[in-house]
Design a protein around this ligand. Structure first.
Ligand code: ASP
Length: 327
């Protein structure tokens, strides 16, 4: 018996230490890893969310670390391998659901390497073009695409990203192959699109609304089934109504922590997330960019996990049927 007690003592001590650390959390800055470049849509959501979570986290410092590259898998892998103490979080998007099918060799498991903190928002996407493109609407774009087969390039944020998925499904639907140009995020891709170095891009409204409004890019269509409400996007037709029946790509963002993060820490993070999603300023910023802040049960860790599992099940056959997955 004495041996058993002696053997269990370090475990009990570790549990007490962990619990005490969880009670005090946070005592140092929290980092939200964004797996794409600064200045893009995921980065924008992360920075606004960090700001909105600061107050409910007791004024904690929350910083953003852009660990960009490989379509979002470098940043996700960094968090999967980080200490499970709540100080390193991941803000990712639909890639959590599509990467497992879209990319054959990712170095982590979406289902088992993370704790799910909760979902942040739903974000539609738009198909946009460089300002010098002669096509002024989707019908003219279709004609231009058919006249320029073999010469068109399409920007994206790397294999496995949302713009990659949307671009692949678009090429598949119009039955025209385009040269994809991968960037570390659609922030830098947008700079090149505006500069005319690339022709087309499919990206979140959180990146495109402002540029469409400022007429810096040409807007052709919404990729989700319903038209959108921000003023700049109101008159934009959906791809579905423009002839690509059933075309439907819309994305989400969620917050994740490394597997094994203590439950009391996760609870504090989820409480802060829920408070942030009720923050009037955060909601206003998101809505102005066409994103919809989550108000339903998907903000709960278990529900978000179920939602991501359902998204994996939904996208896997679509990606496989389209034959658009990559190595
Ligand atoms: N919008 C990007 C994507 O296509 C990611 C980003 O730069 O935020 O996945």
């Amino acid at each position: 018996m004495r041996h058993l007690l002696k053997a269990l003592a370090p475990i009990a001590l570790a549990a007490v230490t962990l619990n005490a650390a969880a009670q005090d959390f946070p005592t140092k800055p929290i980092t939200i890893v964004v797996p794409f470049a600064a200045g893009g849509p995921t980065d924008r959501v992360a920075r606004d969310l960090a700001e909105a979570m600061r107050k409910p986290m007791g004024g904690a410092t929350i910083v953003v670390d852009n660990a960009a590259g490989a379509g979002g898998s470098i940043g996700a892998n960094k968090v999967a391998k980080a200490p499970a103490d709540g100080y390193t979080l991941l803000l990712h998007h639909i890639g959590m659901a599509t990467m497992p099918t879209l990319v054959r060799n990712i170095p982590f498991k979406v289902e088992t390497d993370f704790e799910y903190v909760g979902m942040v928002n739903d974000v539609p996407m738009t198909l946009i073009g460089r300002p010098s493109l002669p096509a002024n609407n989707y019908q003219e774009l279709t004609a231009w695409i058919n006249q320029n087969k073999g010469k068109i390039n399409l920007a994206n944020a790397g294999i496995g990203s949302a713009s990659h998925l949307c671009g692949l499904l678009f090429q598949n639907s119009v039955k025209v192959d385009m040269t994809t140009v991968p960037y570390k995020g659609t922030g830098p891709a947008m700079t090149d699109l505006i500069g005319g170095q690339v022709d087309l891009m499919c990206d979140q409204t959180t990146n495109t609304t402002g540029q469409i409004e400022a007429k810096k890019v040409k807007a052709y269509a919404v990729t989700s089934p319903k038209r959108l409400s921000p003023a700049a996007l109101k008159d934009l037709p959906t791809l579905d109504e423009s002839g690509l029946k059933g075309f439907n790509v819309s994305i989400f963002h969620g917050l994740y922590a490394p597997k094994g993060t203590p439950a009391p820490v996760l609870k504090k993070l989820n409480d802060a997330l829920q408070a942030a999603l009720k923050d009037a300023d955060f909601i206003k910023k998101q809505e102005g960019l066409g994103a919809v802040v989550v108000t339903d049960k998907r903000v709960q860790p278990e529900e978000h996990k179920k939602f991501v599992a359902a998204e994996i099940a939904k996208w896997s056959p679509v990606i496989k049927a389209a034959g658009v997955y990559a190595d």
